[in-house]
Ligand binder design. Structure first.
Ligand SMILES: [Zn+2]
Length: 143
């Protein structure tokens, strides 16, 4: 039985929806991040349970890269960040996904990696209304 946390979330998304859902690409789902410490923080999940990027065919690698860039461009247009950070780690959740993190010069440690203040992420949870607004803004710029 697949115990992957990401697969479970995607199964639930397909059956019941997910309030964080922004957009379904051919090979991935774009969801708003569970916190907004970085306004516009999103996660892009590959639809299939694959652990490593290099295990994908070159065609899928290229298609996923295109989807990642479409998502990134929309986030940049929506939030006008100083810099974009992409993290594809998967040490804990071993299913291809990217953390797409807009960074802002107003952050105290904007030149540091995005997890420098991870202990503060939970203080930046957003209301359902703020979530809907952020999703609509990103969707608008995906057009
Ligand atoms: Zn998985």
């Amino acid at each position: 039985m697949n115990q992957c946390t990401i697969c479970k979330r995607l199964d639930l998304l397909k059956s019941a929806g997910d309030t964080a859902m922004i957009y379904e690409f051919p090979h991935s789902y774009l969801l708003l991040g569970n916190h907004q410490y970085f306004p516009g923080y999103c996660v892009l999940y590959y639809k299939q349970h694959v652990r490593e990027l290099h295990e994908l065919s070159p065609e899928i690698q290229a298609a996923l890269s295109k989807e990642l860039m479409q998502a990134t461009t929309a986030i940049v247009r929506a939030f006008n960040p100083w810099k974009m950070n992409h993290a594809c780690l998967g040490n804990r959740d071993q299913h291809i996904h990217w953390h797409i993190m807009p960074r802002y010069e107003s952050e105290a440690d904007h030149q540091m990696h995005p997890w420098t203040h991870a202990d503060e992420f939970d203080s930046c949870l957003i209301s359902p209304e703020q979530q809907r607004e952020a999703i609509e803004l990103i969707r608008f710029h995906l057009q």
